[in-house]
Design a protein around this ligand. Structure first.
Ligand SMILES: [Zn+2]
Length: 283
């Protein structure tokens, strides 16, 4: 039986050998150590051509590694009108070339509130996101857009925000549980009961099928009064990974779980081992 989750990393594993190297080498190395998901970290821009994308897609299919893309950090759904016209291309490019590369999901940071109330911001940004989905579908692109739950309190990306954006067909959250813990700022959002409430809200908003196709980012995290400061390795964090995994298991969750800690594949493999211990699942 395959595990309910595919485990992997955001960005190629750090020990990827230099040959063949690149994303293709990263995919092959990930599969060789038991990781069957990889998120292509196109965070500084989308700098690939069609030939590279075809090679990545082929490598993913051959190695049995499910691919996603992390879109550029510059995306900001709440930019002013003129700037948005430029920034939306980062998202449409990530989706276009991601789809060519075999990626099914495009993760992105939704943007800043610019100190406006969340409901006002969501009313402004949702139609923009819907416009992007419409453009992709018109071009025959089936990717799921995944606005990420974010760790800093000043940016779009609370649980409520990402569930609100997910009312748009084709939009489903990327659930970063470390970010949600950091965003609480006071050490809460770290118990089984708290995670069950999050997962219940997720299920109510998105349904049972979405529960089995979650897209999760996870790492240790350091935080302060404004939320996230930086990512930490698993052992240095106060995040109760066992409580989180027990809740995910109880909720019947599945999908992909991608590690973003400073020791990418080391912690990804620890997450996988912990999941097998808590769920009782075996490969
Ligand atoms: Zn991210």
């Amino acid at each position: 039986m395959p595990l309910s989750f595919r485990f992997g990393t955001v960005g190629s594993p750090q020990a990827t050998p230099p040959k063949p190297g690149g994303t293709v080498g990263g995919i092959q190395y990930a599969a060789s150590i038991g990781l069957h998901a990889l998120e292509l970290a196109w965070v500084q821009g989308v700098r690939v051509g069609e030939t590279t994308c075809a090679a990545i897609k082929k490598a993913g299919e051959e190695a049995g590694v499910a691919l996603s893309v992390h879109g550029p950090y510059y995306i900001n759904l709440n930019a002013d009108d003129e700037k948005w016209l430029r920034l939306r291309k980062y998202l449409t490019d990530a989706a276009h070339f991601g789809n060519l590369a075999g990626a099914t999901d495009i993760v992105f940071h939704p943007g800043s509130y610019f100190e406006r109330p969340a409901d006002e911001v969501l009313a402004k940004v949702a139609p923009r996101l819907e416009g992007v989905v419409d453009e992709l579908r018109a071009a025959g692109n089936p990717v799921t857009l995944r606005p990420e739950a974010m760790g800093k309190v000043a940016v779009i990306g609370s649980l409520e925000d990402v569930l609100a954006l997910a009312k748009i067909p084709g939009v489903v959250p990327c659930m970063d549980f470390a970010h949600l813990h950091a965003r609480a700022t006071d050490g809460t959002m770290n118990t089984y009961d708290e995670w069950m409430r999050v997962l219940d809200a997720y299920r109510r908003a998105l349904g049972d099928a979405a529960m089995k196709q979650m897209h999760i980012h996870l790492s240790g995290i350091e935080y302060g009064p404004r939320g996230e400061k930086n990512h930490l390795v698993m052992e240095e964090a106060d995040l109760d990974f066992k409580a989180l995994f027990r809740a995910l298991h109880a909720a019947g969750a599945g999908g992909r779980l991608l590690c973003e800690s400073p020791v990418l594949e080391v912690d990804a493999l620890k997450f996988r081992a912990l999941w097998m211990e808590i769920s009782g699942e075996q490969e």
